[in-house]
Design a protein around this ligand. Structure first.
Ligand code: ATP
Ligand code: MG
Ligand code: FE
Length: 339
């Protein structure tokens, strides 16, 4: 089954064809990064306009790169939540029109579930496993029992981890998008140059919850003292020290959750799963007997292949969406299991 996956939730206009949920025939990602760069962040109005201009070409190019024609597409899947509403609507409506024209099954996909699922396309793990979803808007530690069976154990109570990377980079004028830049600068920095406060574990009922706002503020407050000629206050050292703390805070909760749940498999996903320190630390856990899986770099940030991959699971279980399905800027399926 050739599933066309369309993703336009933010500033990536992407379409992919995945065969039988495993074989990525194409994964075209047209990024708008350069066009949002002057504003140091995604401008929603601009994003939806660009998706409108690009979507038809991106989809046709994904089908051509797969070596297929429209008639070879067996189902159409599209992100309908969460994200920028105007951007989501462009992909959603294009997907509906495409599915209707081809007269093939149509399904809408929760983008966050797709980030979490992405690693399973290339390196499937046996269930259950500990899911670590780290992206621009989400930070979730969860117990994954099946592609659609997810129990949220902890989340951020304020900023997402990717958001913290982006905001720190923005305040220091390091470049855009922030996560990638901080990762790169860190390679030449001393991670112990600054001791930033990494929030300790919560003592209460929600030990796996996490807060990034305090760390972000502490790092940003170094700004006044920045560029004063002292070599340790280099962008490289600030980046490396921040990254070490941000990743360390996450791993502390991951280890605690592994201890408590006795899970022996771990899978990460989302844009921050592209972070080289996080990847190497997770990889190291294999020495402790854990089985670790994370997506290849292209499948970490927003892409159509993860949408098509997850859609294949739903479609195989007979799930379909109607053409009255709409988009939603916020997630409803990914709430905590407690109030
Ligand atoms: P969400 O998926 O939560 O709706 P999003 O789609 O904007 O948000 P993603 O596309 O998953 O998020 O990832 C983008 C985020 O990943 C950005 O915050 C970016 O800075 C971060 N990121 C990308 N590469 C890296 C990296 N190498 N190190 C750290 N962060 C990174
Ligand atoms: Mg993006
Ligand atoms: Fe995303």
């Amino acid at each position: 089954m050739n599933v066309l996956g369309i993703e336009t939730s933010c500033d990536e206009c992407s379409a992919a064809v995945v065969r039988d949920g495993r074989e990525i025939l194409s994964n075209v990602i047209a990024t708008q990064i350069e066009l949002h760069k002057p504003y140091e962040g995604v401008v929603p109005e601009l994003a939806s306009r660009l998706h409108t201009e690009w979507i038809a070409q991106v989809v046709q190019s994904a089908i051509a790169k797969a070596g297929l024609t429209n008639d070879d597409i067996d189902a159409v899947a599209v992100t309908n939540r969460p994200g920028l509403l105007g951007s989501l609507l462009v992909g959603l409506n294009f997907a509906k029109g495409f599915a209707a024209t081809l007269n093939v099954p149509f399904i809408t996909i929760d983008h966050i579930r797709a980030h979490l699922y992405a690693s399973q396309i290339e390196h499937p793990l046996e269930y259950p496993y500990l899911g670590v979803l780290v992206s621009g808007g989400h930070t979730v530690i969860c117990r994954v029992e099946g592609y659609d069976q997810i129990e949220v154990l902890g989340t951020t109570i304020d900023d997402a981890i990717g958001e913290a990377f982006d905001k720190v980079a923005k305040h220091y004028g390091l470049g855009y998008p922030g996560g990638v830049v901080i990762d790169r600068l860190s390679k030449n920095g001393n991670p112990n140059a600054f001791l930033f406060p990494g929030a300790g574990l919560n003592k209460g009922d929600h030990p796996y919850d996490i807060s990034y706002s305090g760390l972000k503020t502490a790092v940003i407050n170094q700004l006044d003292k920045f560029w004063d000629g002292e070599s340790e206050k280099s962008p490289e050292n600030i980046s490396a020290s921040f990254q070490r703390t941000a990743v360390g805070m996450l791993l502390k909760r991951v280890r605690l959750a592994l201890d408590d749940t006795k899970l022996v498999r771990i899978s990460a996903g989302g844009g921050v799963a592209a972070n080289s320190l996080l990847r190497s630390e997770l990889k190291n856990m294999e020495k402790g007997g854990f089985e670790v899986s994370f997506p290849s770099l292209k499948l970490c940030t927003d892409n159509g292949a993860m949408i098509a991959g997850l859609a294949y699971r739903y479609l195989s279980d007979g799930v379909r969406s109607g053409f009255d399905e709409t988009a939603s800027a916020r997630v409803s399926a990914f709430k905590k299991n407690y109030p």
